[in-house]
Design a protein around this ligand. Structure first.
Ligand SMILES: NC(=O)C1=CN([C@@H]2O[C@H](COP(=O)(O)OP(=O)(O)OC[C@H]3O[C@@H](n4cnc5c(N)ncnc54)[C@H](O)[C@@H]3O)[C@@H](O)[C@H]2O)C=CC1
Ligand SMILES: O=C(CO)COP(=O)(O)O
Length: 412
């Protein structure tokens, strides 16, 4: 067994404490307990600090102490995230830490679970402050678009911190997983060969050469930092051991190597879920929803093949949880779907609905629709992705949701 002889254990930090971040902390904490030979028994969870008032219907409500309190302090006292994941007990080996740098400083595994718009700033604060040989897994769903092009969030994290970053994504509505209802997920983890214990050979691949840049048309400028090999004292971060960190009896993990496919599935399905919400909000029924899902899946596959041609496998979208399966679950019960539907039904903007009903949780589909549109425009390819373009134009009020059938009809 490869872990024999390893004297040190992997320490894990979950960077984020929202609905999915807290759920991720719970399942990872259960797994570190189940694998004490591999993992340190404490899981750090970075909490973006805010003041919370414990609601009256919470089991933790105390009338003698109903003043606003720090979220991290409440979490560490009651082992429940009363704001973002109420009524779910998180194991006591999760420590909520409001100090980002302190929460990550000696961890070898960083699990990023933040809304994607916050990733760049958070990574900036961590540069030079983490273990140089740390590995990351990105559970965030989104893309990073700038004037230089488009990057996966895993690329944004990996390039910013000069570490390897894989991705976890699937048909994963957090509240169901927090209640330990069965679901599947996909973990893409494919570090370059130098991750073996041998000293880095001369001329071995750099982060940018191997997996931190999509060799696609829109190539971002990369820092060509050499990845640091994991020291011999740690158990290897093989597929087998990475799987042990995430797999639960109620959360089944399939390991793959296609980081781009897994990341893009998670990001682009959020745009499709908005379209599904728009047509459902019009009262058009399940056939209409299926139609936008079909067109959206085709655009997702096309996007991957067009812009990440050397890395994306089409089968990732069709065969793994992070593809069609995530489109299906997100278009049935996800927040993007529900808020888009409510926006049409109430005649309000989805941005207003997000503020009113999500209690601080964030939609990812709206900003992703804008980012993908900025990128498609820069490539002159808006017309090739009519559903993605329609969603952007609905958000911008340039077209109406009722126009969707005409807009996605193939042009002769
Ligand atoms: N909730 C779900 O069912 C799932 C979510 N995801 C993805 O996970 C990612 C994180 O989502 P959730 O954990 O659900 O978060 P959330 O939407 O429940 O909560 C928002 C989080 O952002 C934090 N935040 C607010 N302002 C911030 C700032 N300036 N800097 C840093 N953090 C700030 C809040 O404290 C909170 O933890 C998203 O990309 C989402 O698409 C993926 C699968 C399932
Ligand atoms: O990613 C998700 C399910 O897989 C959750 O989607 P929402 O952010 O739309 O709730």
């Amino acid at each position: 067994m490869a872990t024999l002889g390893a004297q040190r254990k992997h320490k894990v930090t979950v960077v984020g404490s929202g609905n999915w971040g807290t759920t991720m902390s719970k399942l990872v904490a259960e797994n570190v307990k189940a694998n004490p030979n591999l993992f340190d028994q404490t899981v750090q969870m970075w909490v973006y600090e805010e003041e919370v008032t414990i609601p009256k219907d919470s089991r933790h409500y105390d009338p003698s102490n109903d003043k606003p309190q720090k979220l991290s302090e409440v979490f560490n006292r009651v082992h429940e995230n009363v704001k973002y994941l109420p009524n779910i007990t998180v194991p006591s080996n999760v420590v909520g830490n409001p100090d980002l740098v302190d929460s990550c400083k000696d961890s070898t595994i960083l699990i990023f679970v933040l809304p994607h718009q916050f990733i760049p700033r958070v990574c900036d604060q961590l540069v030079g402050k983490i273990m140089p040989f740390a590995r990351a897994i990105c559970c965030t769903k989104g893309v990073d678009v700038s004037e230089k092009g488009i990057r996966l969030m895993s690329e944004a994290i990996g390039m910013s911190l000069s570490i390897y970053c894989g991705a976890l994504s699937g048909a994963n509505i957090a509240s169901e997983i927090a209640q330990e209802k069965y679901s599947e997920t996909t973990v893409a983890y494919d570090p370059p060969p130098m991750d073996s214990r041998a000293p880095t050979p001369k001329g071995s691949p750099t982060a940018s050469q191997v997996d931190l840049i999509s060799p696609s048309k829109p190539v971002p400028s990369a820092r060509s930092a050499r990845l640091k090999a994991l020291p011999n004292e740690y158990p290897p971060l093989s597929h087998e051991n990475v799987r042990k960190l995430f797999h639960r009896p109620y959360f089944h993990v399939r390991m793959v190597s296609d980081v781009a496919g897994v990341s893009l599935g998670g990001a682009l399905k959020n745009i499709i879920a908005l379209a599904a919400g728009f047509v459902d909000g019009l009262g058009w029924g399940d056939n209409a929803k299926a139609a936008v899902m079909r067109v959206g899946i085709l655009e997702m596959v096309r996007f991957g093949k067009e812009f990440f041609p050397d890395s994306v496998h089409t089968s990732t979208f069709t065969e793994e949880s992070c593809g069609v399966a995530d489109v299906v679950t997100s278009c049935m019960g996800g927040r993007n779907f529900r808020c888009a539907k409510m926006a049409i039904e109430r005649g309000e903007s989805i941005f207003e609905i997000e503020q009113k009903v999500l209690n601080g949780q964030k939609l990812q589909g709206t900003s992703t629709a804008y980012e993908v549109n900025t990128f498609l425009k820069s490539q002159g390819l808006e017309q090739e992705f009519p559903l993605f373009t329609a969603v952007y134009n609905i958000l911008e009020k340039n077209v109406r949701p009722e126009d969707i059938p005409e807009l996605i009809e193939p042009k002769a």
